[in-house]
Design a protein around this ligand. Structure first.
Ligand code: PLP
Length: 437
């Protein structure tokens, strides 16, 4: 008898299969070949028959030429940094797609000349916040702070309250970020209490600006005092406020979350914010404020290193001009509607033999803002053992395990994804049944 491994087809022969040839154009030869080689290895290991190599290679093909997978966020955390923060609106996704080829990002089609880069997005931002004399957009909020420190306080001092020395996440700290720009931090007040006089006493000829940082991922409660923006004006130096979350106007459900318009009206000279938190857009750093300060930032040599690409500008403009993004919809979702969805899903899955219930839940904005704000929500409750196979399934569904159950919180799930969510749960149930018999 001949060794079956001798019958394993060669790479070129497998690649000639019409199904594999067809996807080579969209995936590229290297990824298709990689799937073929892995199928051959399985045949060599005796896991599949040589005749199954082609079908196995087709099954092993990645869906697209990136390892990043679209995930269903059922964590109940609206702005989940590990899941890419704000999901883009359909309008923003389409804008990204349209701008992804050659596009007039820095070109005036009417005159045939160079034009201001990203003018559409900048105009949309300026219109959204008329209080701002001018606006600028950089890579993220950290970049906005870095550029501000470089342009206004390199070799000088930034006056900041000890209660606002914030760590953003992943070990990155705002004080260290500012120091890396060559600015010296002049800390004033204490962790829990800082007064206007503390700031006033620290200001001198070396002061570049006063910085207020919104504590967007923690809360200090008890015997506390922070100085409101309005009381920090008139100190003779620019007042820069990092509002974090990127709300441009007040949000009725988040009364404690600062917004750019109100902070500028209160007298801030410059506001910095993220684009991909509560604004619901792409990763970006928004700078809004006095026209002369914005001009100094724009003209600083480092501005070029922090500038955003055309895809970001396209997504930002569509987020500002288009329909409300998913983050806004998730914030606004009414709890009764969420409970109804949970009940319908639970009923449908229970009928198919899944031990599923509808449960009340509490969703959160996340590290992106509004710490401590609890958003009443509803979840599909499953046995905890479902969490891992759901996460590693297709599409991956990320929930949270709480009180011994796997909760899939519906506030962060687009209602249009409910069917896909149910199918993912049914797939887990089918696999479990299979492995138990
Ligand atoms: C999130 C946050 C940052 C960092 O913003 P990125 O856009 O992630 O760079 C800085 N400051 C505050 C107050 C924040 O909340």
């Amino acid at each position: 008898m001949t060794d079956p491994r001798r019958r394993i087809p060669r790479v070129d022969a497998v690649l000639a299969d019409p199904r594999l040839a067809a996807v080579t154009g969209s995936l590229g030869r290297a990824l298709v070949k990689d799937a073929v080689v892995r199928a051959q290895q399985r045949a060599r290991a005796g896991e599949i028959a040589p005749e199954e190599v082609v079908d196995t290679a087709v099954a092993l093909l990645p869906a697209r030429a990136t390892g990043l997978r679209p995930v269903i966020n059922a964590t109940g955390v609206l702005v989940h940094t590990n899941l890419g923060r704000a999901p883009l609106s359909t309008a923003a996704r389409e804008a990204v797609c349209a701008a992804s080829g050659a596009t007039d990002v820095e070109f005036d089609l009417a005159t045939g000349r160079r034009a201001r880069r990203g003018r559409g997005a900048l105009a949309a931002l300026a219109e959204a916040v008329p209080e701002a004399g001018d606006v600028h957009v950089v890579n993220n909020n950290a970049a906005a702070l870095l550029l501000t420190a470089l342009a206004l306080a390199q070799g000088r001092e930034i006056v900041i309250s000890r209660g606002e020395l914030v760590e953003i996440g992943d070990g990155f700290r705002i004080p260290e970020l500012l120091a890396s720009a060559g600015a010296r931090l002049r800390e004033v007040g204490t962790t829990n209490r800082t007064r206007r006089a503390d700031y006033a006493e620290a200001i001198g000829p070396d002061t570049g600006f006063v910085l207020k940082v919104h504590p967007s991922n923690f809360r200090i409660t008890g015997f506390t005092a922070a100085v409101p923006v309005a009381e920090l004006t008139g100190l003779g130096v620019p007042l820069v406020v990092d509002i974090g979350s990127g709300l441009l106007a007040p949000h009725p459900l988040l009364p404690d979350e600062p917004d750019a318009a109100a902070v500028l009206r209160a007298g801030a000279d410059l506001v910095t914010a993220s684009g991909d938190k509560l604004l619901g857009g792409p990763q970006a750093g928004l700078l809004l404020g006095a026209a002369d300060l914005i001009e100094r930032l724009r003209r600083h040599p480092s501005a070029r290193a922090l500038r955003v690409d055309k895809l970001t500008l396209a997504a930002l403009e569509a987020t500002l001009r288009g329909p409300a993004p998913p983050v806004a919809a998730a914030l606004a979702a009414d709890p009764a509607g969420l409970r109804g969805r949970a009940a319908r899903l639970a009923e449908r899955l229970a009928a198919a033999g899944v031990p599923a219930d509808a449960a009340d839940s509490v969703a959160a904005v996340g590290g992106g803002g509004a710490p401590g704000v609890e958003l009443p929500s509803a979840a599909l409750a499953l046995p905890a053992a479902y969490a891992e196979p759901l996460r590693t399934g297709d599409p991956p569904v990320v929930g949270r395990v709480e009180r011994g159950r796997c909760l899939l919180d519906l506030r962060t799930v687009d209602p249009a994804d409910d069917d896909r969510l149910a199918d993912a749960v049914l797939a887990v149930r089918a696999a479990r049944e299979h492995s138990c018999t």
